[in-house]
Design a protein around this ligand. Sequence first.
Ligand code: GLC
Length: 477
Amino acid sequence: MDWSESTRRSFLKQFGAAGAAAFAATKAEGLGMPAAMGAQAPAAQPALTATDQKQIATREARMAWWHEAKFGMFIHWGLYSIIGQHEWVKEHEGVPIPQYEILAKHHHPKPNAARDWARLAKRAGQKYMVMTTKHHEGFCNWDTKLTDYNAMKQGPGRDLVREYVEAARAEGLRVGFYYSLMDWHHPDGAICKTDEAARRRFVDYTHGLIRELLTNYGKIDILWYDVSWPLTAAQWESERMNEMVFELQPDIIVNNRNGLEGDFATPEQRIEASAAGRAWESCMTLNNSWGFNRADDQWKTPKTIVDNLITCARGGGNYLLNIGPEPDGSVPPASIAVLEAVGKWMDTNGKTIYGSERGTLNPNASCNYSRKGNTLYVHVHGWPGHTPAAQWLDFYKPEVVVAIGGLKPKVLSARMLKTGKKVEFTQDEFSFRLTGLPLVAPDQPATVIEVECDGEPIVDHGAMRPLWPRYKVGISI
Ligand code: GLC
């Protein structure tokens, strides 16, 4: 169980089943919640409302760029970054608000930190960014008129959201705003659950903040809501919220964490495709924390990130990968190293990800897949190299052989992306073999072979099995 999951679990324990129900409704599309919690509050899909329905007509057009983009950068940056112990530190460690507030005065990020993030995102092959405008801590990173607890009036003395927006645009990246509905700082943020006057004030405040964000910064591409505790969608007036959002930004896309369906699902820290036809984006940390965590050195490798990106692409989904900048805005060097390695791979292999389409492509121990039209991209992450079996088995000759069981339909040609070289192959009903490959993997962390087929490529060894007669028996089971 990762930390964010344990965090959520203890938070919900603290706030009881009602909190869990609200939370589960918001995060209905599965965030790896423990079974016990599921029993308390079955994670039903939020019902489609009239507001959702209205968005359906324009969805395909609004989301076209996002489906093409596939890969984005998430940025968690706030006062918690100063403590440097995860963005939930206030709750985890029980930091009193008057103590925590002091941080706001001592927040002095370096100028234009966001430029470095945007340039890094570009180098990594990411096409959009989503930055925390306000996390659960309640501190607003922009020049809001609705509270003094904001970057303009406190230590930074600057509008950090504006800098971010300008930086992203300067690199040609799409701009997303993360916004946490849950607010630990606002006096009405919890009591609004039981006190109607407080709810009214807090909902007006929330809608007002979102209105500012979507009014003062030009065209915004994504609104990424988070945690709707402690209110239900009806109590947040989420339908009215989304109506306002689309009125201000007709081309925007919104996620599903304000209790409505939104345009896309948000599996967190795991990859899970939604049902076909439903857009989804897997968000994930590079180590185990969203906000900067000085001591967390459990970095994912470029190999893991590339494989995750391929797995998302294979399922028709997007991958939103997080950085947690240090208090001054610098990106941890380990994050830079991973993202640059991923970017280098994307320089050669980006065409296998961008604009790729969902497919029936079941990976095996050595290969993952993506596809575009009739083109199959075989991502070999476990390069076979030399096998002693090749001395005796024709199947593994001429070395090196990458074999795939259950590929349909007929293959027309194959080519290695890294070198552009043609690859020889044989194909029978049950096995497709790429032959005569180099001994050492030509590319890292995965070598891609582009395979042209005469129809949509499907890799499904399970489906193929009954067609393959059992040896010496003949029948198929
Ligand atoms: C969870 C966490 C939060 C993080 C978010 C990202 O909801 O509470 O800290 O911002 O996931 O998806």
